[in-house]
Design a protein around this ligand. Structure first.
Ligand code: UT7
Length: 315
């Protein structure tokens, strides 16, 4: 399969580090050097499904396809206001898709998990065109009194359209189950039978463990997919790394010994938008005209689970 269209959409409201320090014991001097983030787009009066629909429409238009051309819609999302139906169904109704949609909740590597699923459908000969939308609002998961988490995230949606072709060279998913490293708990409706105590808990994260996992896993994933494909780091034109934290991205880049121009970054004004980060970065690079035919892109993402994924794609 190969990518023939990309799109993205961001909330209107931009919140700078200085804006945060107006109500939180934090500062640009703390946040920027540790994360590379100066501002982030934050959902206010928008709805996530509208951002997802705009990203999808832009990707369809970039691909020159209509909603009825899509045979499968994969929607990556961790949290949104609906428990049911899945966010994919809601975005489908806004875009006019009529194909089946599957929601996946694989946190930050969701775009790569979606590529792996799409690839299986292509290989089975079941589809001609697949739409992937990653739509995330992690700023609704954190406590805005918790300076160790809320400063890290931003919201948004990224999309890509895939068609038959020889673009995806390899994809590999990994999981090292450790649900206590990043988690959020949501109390369900009470029943007469549930006697255990249940309360909602905003996002909790062991930042240092996640940092370590991210850097070591991404390096292992990238070296692994290159070795399996008979390629070297020099053969890769762009490394599209999940935009979790600039220090993570830089840790991966410097340990691999790759020049900075091969590591596009947008974390400075986006923050960590979970699974939306890779397709938003992809769309921004695509619309700048950075990619030329034959360029080799590696996607690497990691996050809650703990899960990771890596993909090698030729443009
Ligand atoms: O998709 C994956 C998602 N997760 C991530 O990407 C997170 C990966 N982890 C990280 O990026 C880093 O661990 C953080 C940026 C989250 C934290 O950096 P750190 O160097 O590991 O800091 P820390 O959590 O050890 O905290 C150091 C100090 C603490 O103060 P004390 O206890 O030493 O007095 C914190 O209370 O910094 C304090 N602190 C803050 N201070 C000002 C934590 N957050 C803030 C803040 N502003 N926003």
């Amino acid at each position: 399969m190969k990518i023939i269209g990309t799109g993205s959409a961001l909330p209107r409201k931009e919140v700078t580090n200085d804006d945060l320090s107006a109500f939180l014991d934090t500062s640009d001097e703390w946040i920027f050097p540790r994360t590379g983030i100066r501002s982030r787009h934050v959902i206010s009066d928008e709805r996530l499904e509208d951002l997802g629909a705009v990203a999808a429409q832009k990707a369809l238009s970039d691909a020159g396809l209509k909603p009825e051309d899509i045979d499968l819609f994969l929607c990556s999302n961790v949290v949104n206001e609906y428990m049911t139906p899945g966010l994919g169904c809601i975005i489908s109704s806004k875009v006019g898709l009529t194909c089946p949609s599957i929601d996946i909740n694989c946190a930050c590597p969701g775009f790569i998990y979606a590529m792996d699923i799409a690839d299986s459908y292509f290989q089975a000969g079941k589809v001609e065109n697949v739409l992937v939308v990653c739509a995330e609002e992690p700023t609704r998961m954190t406590s805005w009194q918790d300076r160790s988490t809320c400063v890290l995230f931003g919201d948004g949606a990224g999309a890509a359209v895939f068609t038959r072709g020889d673009g995806l060279k390899a994809v590999k998913l990994n999981a090292e189950p450790a649900p206590d490293k990043i988690w959020q708990y949501r109390a369900l409706e009470p029943t007469p039978y549930v006697t255990k105590a249940e309360t909602s808990v905003p996002l909790q994260m062991n930042g240092r463990d996640v940092f370590r996992f991210a850097v070591t896993t991404s390096i292992r994933d990238i070296n692994g997919i290159l070795a399996a494909s008979g390629l070297t780091l020099e053969d890769v034109d762009y490394f599209m790394i999940h935009q979790a934290n600039m220090r993570i991205v830089e840790g991966i880049r410097t340990r691999l010994g790759v020049p900075a121009e091969k590591f596009p970054c947008n974390i400075q004004d986006h923050g960590n938008s979970s699974s939306a980060s890779c397709p938003i970065l992809l769309d921004e690079c695509n619309r700048k005209g950075m990619f030329k035919k034959g360029d080799k892109l590696i996607f690497s993402a990691f996050g809650a689970g703990l899960m990771s994924g890596v993909a090698l794609l030729e443009w």
